[in-house]
Design a protein around this ligand. Structure first.
Ligand code: IVH
Length: 736
């Protein structure tokens, strides 16, 4: 075959394969058998091998062509990928409509108000996957990116190319097809020009079907590998793979939900009605360009139409092949998008109307009591395993005994468990009518399940505590806390190792860690030279601890990171007041100051209760707890032991948070639990740079509780006081 013949054959093969790809992956229509299609692809592959000069980036053979990367490049989005406001009830939507009416009125667009009950909305399914931005230049796919923080995402082009429902080259619609959408011939020609010569961006959701998830999980189980928790995690994990071959294996599907026609003057054109002017047109146009769009999407009239759509979708939800978590309603008239604009983190012109949290029923088999580092006993319900919102749940925290009473829970009860988004599951209701009479009352243990010490409840306190100062569990949890990342940061000393050190008598308390000898470590089972050396070297490298981290590490009741920071700043003020001493020691404000543990003890012992109370947000309970700590003989011995074992404290230069943006000015945040995407320190810094404040305690005046995994009792307090609770995703949206 001559080169020219090969070039022509390659062109025809590509076009033929593309038609069948489109029919199969976009239109769900099989127009050729898979075997025949494979055979066409094979021929193309062989020809391209022979004539590599004719390989183009949009060839179907290039879908899994990318090599594994070592990391993703960052991509700045041409327009920010903003998020959506959520509604959970009809009232929420009515309030949203009212806000829009008021807004339109306030900007002098009151001619819309008379028709506001019948606004045409475009209702779409809200897919539960990962948002992706695709950029096409001159019709060719040039970039695929994740949302990231909305402004900057990650370049995942090689991975999105493996998704069969994403065209590598845009389909060029026929003029007639565009005119059928109600576009004038002038507008249609303009669009064709943009497709061929301009830039088009499509946004949409990459999803994994329920079937693929099931099959993959069956395979992983066979191979003894970890299963994918739910479709959303599965998609995120699949797209953020450095090796595109793994993404390809995950068989993701892409649905488009937004189309950005980047004509330079697109806003003006839209305003004059000389471009796509309706959301339904844009949706169909995406389809004509070669994308999958949702066939369930449709125009409705007013909120009553929205409610009807929502109910229909809710009924069909279980039978859909993919997961959805609600619907999205959008003003169908795109002019309204410009008029209404964006407020804060999301547009006024669309809204997510989410399904309520997923629920399931199961039985409470047992209640176990865990002892935390403050000695507080936390009840956890052991459940008959049940699937809720894609995850199997077999435990649920009950927070405290008051919660058990509030629910009226007994052992053996059938309960409703609920999981809202990523929030940890909770028991929401006991189905008392299903009782058999054999259910048993739940009692607080009178002795600690770990050490047998007496369990007490202080007056006016919620928690029951083990009163044994030497409780094994309390001690263990305290040491685990001491070594943690934001405390002494003894990296690699996990709970298992610490438990081993404790049970083998190598340590009694955290300070003993700094006196560990290699020879003693070698006496433990499975400890070789290397492991022992590594541990000793790590501990030696962490002997210098910042004062705030040290105070936090001590695990003083009521003193979290934020309070530790405040106490440290007070301590700094005290040192600065004694400036003379500093000058004598030749220390400057820009450098770390070495601090003797003795000095710290001295300082705290001389603080008056009133001084402690004036520290922001601190009441008598906290002040008392701090004061008692520094006067307790056992604690003082421990503190001296740190010094004896070579721990050195230092005070870094003051960290002045400059407010870069006053978006969160005067908003108060409380954090609880572990965040996945960023450290607590980073989260707090970000809040502060946006002008917000961080508090340790929930009060009626708290604006937000940021809820991480395994939250503490603050979660419950926030619910009780009606404080707005943000999960990690929502929090990230606010700060991004
Ligand atoms: S429109 C302004 N339409 O939901 C943001 N989003 O909770 C434009 N999503 O990040 C989004 N289905 O990833 C839109 N039909 C749909 C959607 C949809 C799912 C996702 C999207 C977004 C998230 C917000």
């Amino acid at each position: 075959m001559t080169a020219i013949e090969a070039q022509q054959r390659i062109k025809k093969l590509k076009a033929e394969i593309e038609i069948h790809r489109y029919n199969y992956h976009v239109l769900d229509r099989e127009t050729i058998s898979p075997a025949a299609l494979d055979s066409l692809k094979n021929e193309l592959f062989k020809l391209e091998n022979e004539f590599p000069q004719f390989i183009t980036p949009d060839s179907p053979t290039q879908r899994v062509g990318g090599r594994a990367l070592s990391r993703f490049k960052k991509v700045v989005h041409s327009a920010p990928m903003i998020s959506l406001f959520d509604a959970f009830s009809a009232e929420d939507l009515q309030a949203w409509q009212e806000r829009n009416r008021n807004y339109l009125d306030s900007i002098g667009q009151n001619h819309f108000l008379s028709s506001s009950d019948n606004f045409p909305y475009y209702c779409e399914l809200k897919l539960d996957g990962l948002a992706i931005n695709l950029r096409y230049e001159q019709g060719q796919l040039v970039q695929g990116a994740t949302r990231g923080n909305g402004r900057i995402g990650e370049d995942v082009t090689a991975n999105v190319k493996t998704i069969n429902s994403i065209p590598l080259k845009l389909r060029l619609p026929q003029l007639g097809e565009l005119e059928k959408l109600g576009l004038s011939s002038l507008v249609s020609r303009k669009i064709l020009k943009i497709i061929s010569h301009g830039t088009i961006e499509l946004r949409g959701e990459a999803i994994m079907t329920k079937k693929v998830l099931r099959e993959l999980n069956q395979k992983y189980t066979r191979l003894g590998q970890a299963k994918l928790a739910n479709p959303r995690n599965a998609v995120a994990g699949s797209i953020r793979q450095l090796d595109p071959k793994i993404t390809a294996e995950r068989r993701l599907v892409f649905y488009a939900y937004d189309l950005l026609l980047s004509a330079l003057d697109s806003k003006e054109l839209l305003a004059r009605g000389e471009l796509v002017v309706r959301r339904d047109q844009a949706d169909h146009l995406a389809n004509l360009l070669g994308f999958k769009t949702l066939k369930q999407n449709r125009i409705v009239s007013g909120l009553s139409g929205v409610f009807q759509f929502y109910q229909e979708v809710e009924k069909k939800r279980a039978s859909l092949g993919f997961e959805i978590d609600g619907i999205v309603l959008k003003f169908n008239d795109l002019k309204m998008w410009i008029i209404l604009g964006v407020v804060g983190k999301a547009p006024r012109y669309m809204m997510a109307y989410k399904f309520s949290a997923e629920q399931a029923t199961t039985k409470v088999l047992d209640v176990i009591w865990q002892v935390g580092r403050t000695g507080a006993l936390t009840p956890t319900a052991v459940l008959e395993p049940v699937k809720v919102g894609g995850a199997v749940i077999s435990r649920s925290t009950l927070h405290n005994f008051d919660e058990i009473n509030r629910l009226g829970l007994r052992l053996g009860d059938t309960i409703i468990i609920e999981r809202a988004g990523d929030v940890i599951p909770k028991v929401v209701q006991v189905l008392k009518k299903l009782r058999t009479g054999r259910e048993q009352k739940i009692k607080v243990p009178s002795v600690c399940p770990m050490c047998g010490g007496q369990v007490l409840r202080l007056p006016d306190r919620v928690a029951y505590r083990c009163s044994n100062q030497r409780c094994y569990a309390v001690n263990l949890q305290q040491i685990i806390h001491f070594v943690s990342q934001n405390a002494a940061n003894l990296e690699g000393l996990g709970p298992k190792l610490i438990e081993q050190f404790l049970t083998q008598g190598l340590i009694k308390e955290a300070a003993d860690l700094y006196a560990l000898q290699k020879s003693v470590l070698l006496s433990l089972e499975r400890y070789g030279e290397k492991k022992a050396d590594n541990i000793i070297a790590m501990i030696n490298s962490r002997r210098k601890i910042a004062v705030a981290n040290f105070i936090y590490a001590l695990g003083i009741r009521q003193v979290g990171q934020e309070m530790a920071n405040l106490l440290t700043e007070k301590f700094r003020e005290y040192l600065v007041a004694k400036k003379k001493d500093l000058e004598l020691k030749n220390l400057s404000l820009e450098h770390n100051w070495p601090i003797e543990i003795k000095t710290l003890i001295n300082y705290f012992q001389n603080l008056k209760l009133e001084d402690l109370e004036t520290i922001s947000g601190s009441g008598p309970i906290i002040a008392d707890s701090i004061r008692n700590y520094w006067h307790d003989e056992k604690h003082l011995q421990q503190l001296h032991k740190f010094q004896d074992n070579g721990v050195e404290l230092f005070l870094p230069p003051a960290n002045v948070f400059r407010v870069q943006n006053s978006r969160l000015l005067d908003k108060t945040f409380v954090l609880t639990g572990t965040l996945n995407g960023l450290t607590r320190r980073a989260a707090k810094d970000k809040i502060k740079t946006l002008g917000g404040q961080i508090k340790e305690q929930i009060t009626r005046n708290t604006d937000y509780l940021v809820l991480g995994e395994k939250p503490g009792s603050k979660y419950q307090e926030a619910q009780k006081l009606g404080v707005k609770i943000l999960n990690e995703e929502e929090f990230l949206k606010i700060i991004s």
